[in-house]
Ligand binder design. Structure first.
Ligand SMILES: Nc1nc2c(c(=O)[nH]1)N[C@H]1C(S)=C(S)[C@@H](COP(=O)(O)O)O[C@H]1N2
Ligand SMILES: [Mo]
Length: 505
């Protein structure tokens, strides 16, 4: 059973599952995925069938701005006089349409013409663990106070974005690469391996859904964009997703089509996807230009300067002009990096130690750049009694000084992930998803971990409080950052999780 914690933000549907339910299965069933909506659900399936096939009049428009079309020498376009995109791109909407080349595809055509690709990928909200950042930081961060469960690991099914673009006649930015299969999906590869013509060009994912939460005066729709070289990269695995976990998308997750962008913050996974557009500019909808940006106090500022900066940026006395300028200056948040969450134990738990003198711990960890977390380390330390940011930083630093041998180490590879998949029984829909998952690519998957951590003998029955520290490292050797900078919106909390207030019986 899912026990959702529903959160109000206007009337939109926002909900977070219970963390321990979440980490009980490697593949998160669709109904147990968190929900985040900036506006009302705009489209519902007409029938109740849960099959991934989609019968709908929904169309996907593919638009290439004229200057880009000329630059790419893009010839494969149809003139479509009935073309009236549901998504308006700000005031210059008419100008863009008049000067662009477009194609309109029904979802049925998309299904028929594209091979279904399946990818297991974690989807994580930028504000996951915001409550942690709020509670321990100098001020409560803005936004819904999510715990650590606005993340899920699903089996996404749909058309490969790369294959779709190539089919539409967009040239391959990696044509000159001989061993495309083995190109690593790293930022470095995007920068070094893509053809120069593909740089400074973007693929936009636009919804038909308005974006009223952002209170943008221009009546924008929800949108996002990624560099075209990301979209064309053979191993970034971007999808136009119509299915999840062997089912079709349900109405809350963007039926009939959404972007699934492994390795990218969930805010870029546009739901109710109705237009792809290639242009020389990043998308200018509010989620890109206003909402999903890091607003951090200046680096190297004194305590007093930080306080003043925060006061000028949030709360009653904020300076609107300054805030606007800071927002304009910041880049859209695209990737989160290595992260993790602990679902067991929870803060202030009274723990029964097993007969080997150990306690159980459990959670998830996500990797970066297509390398999952393959090493999880855990350490019990004395609880300092204060959990503000400075105390937590001191605690993490002290833990970091401990030799590797003091930590409980779990080495987890992909075969471990596959083993965690329950047996395929071939009956229910969940089982179909699991059978498919066995064949899918796992490089963007989270890693579930379960450990037994030795409890110091003197801790038992003493009533003394302890804290559990956890950190993850990817198969490429990238370790989770010790402590993430506090920021106004409470985004990108990647700090080593610390569960405080633990006592042992
Ligand atoms: N059209 C549209 N797409 C959207 C959003 C939205 O409000 N509207 N929310 C984004 C955010 S912030 C997140 S975290 C994910 C949530 O996806 P889910 O509700 O399917 O879990 O969708 C993203 N895509
Ligand atoms: Mo989000």
């Amino acid at each position: 059973m899912v026990s959702y914690i529903r959160k109000k933000h206007g009337e939109a549907f926002n909900a977070e599952p219970d963390a321990s339910t979440l980490t009980s299965s490697l593949i998160t069933p669709q109904k147990e995925l968190y929900r985040r909506n900036h506006d009302d659900i705009i489209y519902q399936p007409a029938s109740t069938s849960s099959k991934p096939e989609v019968e709908t009049d929904w169309k996907l428009s593919f638009l290439v701005d004229r200057d880009v079309a000329e630059h790419l020498d893009w010839k494969q376009w149809k003139s479509d006089t009935s073309f009236s995109p549901r998504s308006a791109q700000a005031e210059d909407h008419d100008a863009i349409i008049a000067s662009s080349k477009s194609v309109r595809i029904s979802i049925a055509e998309l299904h028929q013409s594209m091979k279904e690709k399946r990818v297991v990928a974690a989807m994580e909200c930028a504000g996951n663990r915001r409550a942690d950042m709020s509670e321990r930081g100098p001020r409560k961060a803005e936004g819904l106070q999510w715990q650590s469960a606005t993340i899920g690991n699903a089996l996404w099914a749909g058309a490969s974005v790369r294959d779709f673009l190539l089919q539409q006649g967009i040239p391959d930015a990696y044509e000159h690469i001989r061993d495309k299969e083995n190109l690593p999906p790293t930022v470095r590869s995007l920068e070094n391996d893509s053809a120069p013509w593909s740089r400074n060009t973007y693929l936009h994912f636009l919804s038909s859904q308005p974006c009223s939460e952002s209170q943008s005066p221009t009546g924008h729709v929800y949108g996002s964009s990624v560099p075209l070289c990301t979209a064309l990269h053979p191993n970034q695995d971007l999808l136009l997703a119509w299915g999840v976990d062997g089912q079709r998308l349900d109405s809350t997750h963007g039926y009939p089509l959404r972007a699934a962008l492994p390795g990218h913050v969930a805010a870029r996974w546009t739901k109710w996807l109705s237009m792809l557009r290639i242009s020389f500019y990043e998308d200018d909808s509010p989620p890109m230009t206003l909402d999903y940006k890091l607003l951090e106090p200046p680096k190297g500022a004194s305590e007093e300067e930080r306080r003043q900066w925060i006061d000028s940026m949030m709360g009653e006395g904020k300076d609107e002009k300054k805030r606007e300028a800071e927002v304009a200056k910041a880049k859209p948040l695209m990737r989160l990096g290595v992260g993790s969450g602990v679902s067991e134990p929870q803060e202030d738990d009274k723990i029964e130690v097993n007969d080997k003198g150990e306690m159980a711990a459990e959670g998830y960890a996500v990797g970066t750049e297509g390398s999952p977390v393959s090493l999880v380390e855990l350490l019990l330390v004395r609880d300092p009694g204060s959990s503000n940011l400075d105390a937590m930083e001191d605690l993490r630093r002290a833990a970091n000084e401990q030799p590797a041998s003091a930590w409980t180490r779990l080495e987890l590879d992909e075969s471990n992930s596959r083993k965690v998949l329950p047996k395929h029984k071939g009956s229910s829909e969940d089982d179909i998803a699991i059978a498919d998952a066995k064949e899918a690519k796992f490089s963007w998957s989270w890693t579930l971990w379960r450990a037994q951590v030795p409890v110091p003998a003197e801790a038992r029955g003493s009533g003394e409080k302890y804290a559990l520290v956890m950190r993850g490292t990817t198969s490429a050797g990238v370790r989770q950052e010790l402590q993430s900078p506090w920021n106004i919106r409470g985004f990108r909390e990647r700090s080593w999780p610390v569960v405080t207030g633990l006592t042992f019986q």
